[in-house]
Design a protein around this ligand. Structure first.
Ligand SMILES: Cc1cc2nc3c(=O)[nH]c(=O)nc-3n(C[C@H](O)[C@H](O)[C@H](O)COP(=O)(O)OP(=O)(O)OC[C@H]3O[C@@H](n4cnc5c(N)ncnc54)[C@H](O)[C@@H]3O)c2cc1C
Length: 441
């Protein structure tokens, strides 16, 4: 019988790939961790269904899989550039943001160098028995045994309630749009959602990427088409110190804070907004924008289907009036949500979930459960509610990966101490301070 793994990773998106890359660095130093990462796809790809023309990464290329905690690890973006012999040209290009295509290529390059990542291995279910997790892989008769697991299977598309009965055909989430075979030639299209994806889809509609639409209506709940805040003090939210502070806050305060920081993570890249506005202006002066309709501050409240078209009901937040809009196609750029994955159904009753059904996580990204302490369930991209807005982003992914590996090994193999604090976030709240804090929010 094969020895149980020290760690089994479920899914190999960027977040688990970062853990695998750091483990690989340690293994080459002789500090072996027996690990395998199981990915359902036949090879690595990074949101290929959303790789629209000109899409750019919203995070610095230095915040790659490893550099923030292990700059000499060979799986860095800089090593990728050097290995592909384009380091100097990359620097000369002075890109304010790397294209998502190039970054996806970097991630794929790393994935191909990591022997512990396995493809075509979809995890169907997980059991726990006699001190081991047992992973049942589709098409395999024998389960894989592991002492610890790390859940890295990503998020699910979020579909607003009123759109759910209409999903399919001409109403779809943007998740697979770049690989979808469809045409909007001569049709009326609603793009719902005012984040980066909404902006990219709207821009592609303007450029007739899927044929020339009769009209395009871009609907956003936000007050305007709002920029990602990339300024230095906002970037402090994406530091280990801030995550530590945030983690210790009272649970009821966290939700409001996360909501108020939305533009730090979910706004539209300023470059995208500028390019879009300039394109709109140049087309407007030549009369080419009559079919374009930008509607911020509209919350989608209802959707009906009759006589071959969809009627969207929206609340105009500015005028507090209900508006109606008839379209033929609805593209939902409405983001993603976390769910407890179905493959955990057999363990679900043993997991600690909060009142909204989300994992209760420890500071070191362990799901609280009633199993033995020696058997840990880590989860990545699952703790926005507990660890803050950095959690679904790549900014701190390698720091989180290193925290997980340190916890797994029970020693600080990665030195995660930070030496400077530019902002004084205060100390952990005392009861009376906590009360004042709650009232202030
Ligand atoms: C279009 C887009 C652009 C983004 N751009 C940025 C950006 O610029 N900067 C930033 O910081 N963040 C960005 N993000 C957010 C975040 O960094 C990405 O979503 C990132 O891919 C999250 O990584 P992940 O590993 O958690 O999940 P995913 O990338 O979703 O990977 C999960 C993997 O698990 C696999 N899987 C699922 N179920 C199973 C199963 N049962 N068995 C085996 N494998 C399974 C999937 O096939 C998938 O490969 C972006 C997100 C999107 C959607």
């Amino acid at each position: 019988m094969t020895l149980p793994l020290d760690l089994a990773g479920l899914g190999a998106g960027p977040f688990n790939l970062s853990i695998a890359a750091l483990i690989d660095g340690l293994n080459s130093r002789g500090e072996a961790i027996r690990s395998s990462f199981f990915e359902r796809k036949p090879s690595f790809s990074w949101h290929p269904g959303m790789l629209l023309p000109d899409a750019r990464v919203q995070t610095s290329y230095l915040k790659d899989l490893v550099t923030g905690v292990a700059p000499t690890n060979p799986h860095s973006f800089l090593n990728y550039l050097v290995s592909h012999k384009r380091f100097y040209q990359f620097l000369s290009a002075e890109l304010s943001a790397v294209s998502r295509a190039e970054y996806a290529n970097y991630l794929k390059w790393v994935s191909e160098r990591l022997p512990m990542v396995q493809y075509n291995t979809r995890v169907q279910s997980v059991d726990f028995s006699e001190g081991h997790f047992l992973l049942h892989i589709e098409g395999e008769s024998e389960p894989v045994a592991a002492k610890n697991i790390c859940l890295g299977t990503g998020k699910s598309p979020y579909v607003p309630e009123c759109a759910r009965p209409h999903m399919g055909g001409n109403v779809f989430h943007a998740i697979g749009i770049a690989q979808r075979d469809f045409s909007v030639e001569g049709l009326r299209v609603a793009v719902v959602g005012g984040g980066q994806t909404g902006a990219e889809v709207f821009q592609s509609m303007m450029d007739s990427h899927w044929g020339a639409p009769a009209s395009v209506h871009w609907v956003s709940r936000r007050q305007n088409f709002e920029p990602l805040d990339e300024t230095p003090f906002t970037n402090e939210f994406f530091t280990p110190q801030y995550v530590d502070t945030f983690f210790k806050l009272p649970v009821n305060a966290k939700q409001n804070i996360v909501a108020s920081q939305k533009l730090a993570s979910d706004g539209i890249s300023p470059d995208t907004l500028k390019a879009l506005y300039q394109k709109l202006y140049e087309r407007a002066i030549t009369g080419q924008t009559d079919h374009l309709d930008l509607r911020p501050y509209r919350e989608l409240t209802g959707m009906t289907y009759a006589d071959g078209h969809y009627t969207l009901e929206m609340m105009n937040g500015l005028h507090q009036q209900l508006e109606k809009l008839q379209v033929d196609v609805v593209i939902l750029c409405t983001g993603f949500e976390s769910e407890v994955p179905a493959y955990l159904d057999n363990l679900r009753h043993r997991l600690s979930l909060d009142e909204d059904g989300r994992f209760n996580l420890t500071r070191n990204f362990e799901v609280v459960w009633d199993g033995p302490e020696a058997n840990r369930i880590f989860a990545v991209n699952a703790g926005r509610h507990s660890h803050g807005i950095a959690e679904p982003q790549m900014s701190l992914m390698c720091w989180r990966s290193a925290s997980i590996i340190n916890t797994l090994l029970g020693e600080p193999v990665f030195d995660l101490e930070q030496s400077i604090n530019l902002v004084n976030w205060g100390r952990e709240a005392q009861p009376e301070v906590e009360l004042a804090f709650d009232m202030a929010i």
